[in-house]
Design a protein. Structure first.
Length: 115
């Protein structure tokens, strides 16, 4: 993935509604969901939904297909995986990455010296 594509994808996901739509599409899997179902689940007006779906489509994170009178949207898993790959490319400087236990983020306790 090129930097420009990554920036476009990240920009599309950097908005609450689009992120919510994308996460819903990821949960739906390759089968996707009808636009009306997405709007119902997220309580979005049709015009608002169309605007945000178009943004995800432009960023190549969502695909659409016509099934009868319904438009079905699905996450573009190849693009999603490419974005994750781009973000984690050369992770940890090539060293083996260890899962965090959360202890690394804790502030060490200091003992005060008495004068």
């Amino acid at each position: 993935m090129e930097t420009k594509q990554a920036v476009q994808a990240l920009s599309a996901l950097a908005q609450d509604t689009r992120l919510g739509i994308f996460r819903l599409l990821v949960q739906a899997g390759p089968e996707g969901m009808a636009a009306g179902q997405i709007g119902d689940k997220l309580d979005l007006a049709p015009a608002t939904l169309s605007f945000h779906l178009a943004g995800l489509h432009r960023a190549r994170l969502a695909q659409s297909r016509q099934e009868g009178r319904f438009v079905i949207y699905s996450a573009d898993f190849q693009a999603m995986n490419a974005l994750v790959g781009f973000l984690s490319e050369n992770c940890c400087g090539g060293a083996s990455c260890q899962p965090s236990t959360g202890e690394e983020n804790e502030t060490p306790t200091r003992t005060r010296r008495r004068a």
